[in-house]
Design a protein around this ligand. Structure first.
Ligand SMILES: N[C@@H](CCC(=O)N[C@@H](CS)C(=O)NCC(=O)O)C(=O)O
Length: 345
């Protein structure tokens, strides 16, 4: 006999509520402004190879840059419709607060203070990093605990500056920070021998060593990471619809990698696939886009423009790129890493 158990009733009620609440998203004011100007305004680093840097023609590339291109492809149908605003460490939060930029995608660490008090929402961690040190290879220092009494060049307005103080205090190292407002000043002072070490996110160290050092092999990146630096994009508070798009574009790039969708096969899979998850992501069988105020090919366009998360990582910062960073914790959750997207369904 068929019996209605309370748990079954509860499930049915939840299903009904789910169906009722699946209404299309309303466009927020940031979205309206982006559509009206026909451009996404993206705040990026002034120049950090692998994350965001411009060539002599003014073409921007990097992991942070690709994220903005993906959002533009989803929202505006064209990855080229982005205005790039280069920002240093001090300028970045004011630029987002004041409305000068729509998205900040600039090696920025997600912390409680920033998330809770700067009028911003972090989208996720597109690159899990940690803070490290670089020292001259020919010196005696081979690990971070040997930095006792050392002068360390560091840029202000960063989590880096604060972590350095914590690390020094926690380990009784009496490190002497030499603080600079500008990146070039901090790295310039280190390369000129004014500091015994330079500290920043490990990805930033790899980038600086590769791009700025006369002979990269003359500089050693110490093995320890002294902090957690989840780097990711952020949007201004007050526009939930835009925040949702910003999150789901990132998740779509991760889901694409998880389900084997890439830049080369996305067009084909859009029309022909036996995998229901692929059909949903690419809009072949279901229209998830309308729930976000987008069309059904929102994710397909982002993947077509910049590739899946793994392709973005490999091209810009991965082991075969100039930076040569290992995939490590930035692998997908089912490949030993912590990159994980909620399901597109
Ligand atoms: N992830 C850290 C550090 C970010 C940061 O700004 N790092 C420096 C050194 S790699 C940088 O990008 N400077 C470039 C600039 O200010 O133009 C944070 O969010 O505070």
């Amino acid at each position: 006999m068929f019996e209605f158990k309370p748990s079954r009733l509860a499930c049915l009620a939840l299903l009904a509520a789910g169906a009722l609440s699946a209404t299309p998203a309303l466009a927020g004011k940031t979205i309206d402004a982006i559509k009206a100007r026909g451009q996404l305004v993206c705040g990026v680093n002034t120049g950090l190879a692998g994350f965001s840097s411009a060539d002599s023609q003014g073409n921007w590339s990097g992991l942070d840059v690709d994220y903005c291109k993906a959002v533009a492809a989803s929202l505006l149908g064209d990855a080229g419709k982005v205005k790039w605003v280069p920002l240093n460490a001090q300028q970045r939060f004011t630029a987002l607060q004041s409305g000068e930029i729509d998205i900040l995608s600039r090696n920025t660490t997600w912390t409680l203070t920033r998330d809770a008090s700067l009028g911003m929402h972090f989208v996720g961690a597109t690159y899990y990093d940690g803070q490290g040190f670089m020292v001259p290879s020919k010196g005696k220092i081979k690990n971070a605990k040997q930095l006792k009494g050392a002068t360390v060049c560091v840029q202000s307005g960063t989590t880096t500056e604060k972590n350095l103080t914590d690390f020094s205090r926690a380990n009784g190292l009496a490190i002497k920070p030499v603080v600079f407002e500008k990146l070039e000043a901090a790295t310039g002072a280190y390369f000129a021998g004014r500091c015994q070490a330079y500290t920043t996110d490990a990805s930033g160290l790899a980038s600086t060593r590769n791009k700025e050092a006369k002979t990269p092999a003359d500089h050693l990146i110490l093995p320890e990471l002294i902090s957690k630096e989840p780097l990711g994009p952020s949007v201004r508070r007050g526009d939930d619809e835009f925040f949702a798009i910003a999150k789901w574009v990132y998740f779509a790039l991760l889901e694409a990698e998880e389900y084997g969708i890439n830049q080369a096969n996305v067009d084909q899979l859009k029309t022909k696939t036996d995998d229901p998850a692929v059909g949903r992501i690419l809009g072949g069988t279901e229209d998830t886009g309308k729930l976000l105020g987008l069309d059904k090919e929102w994710a397909a366009r982002a993947i077509k423009a910049v590739g899946n998360y793994g392709e973005i990582f490999e091209r810009n910062v991965g082991p075969k790129s100039a930076l040569g960073l290992p995939r490590g914790v930035n692998n997908l959750w089912n490949h030993g890493g912590i990159q994980y997207a909620p399901p597109i369904r």
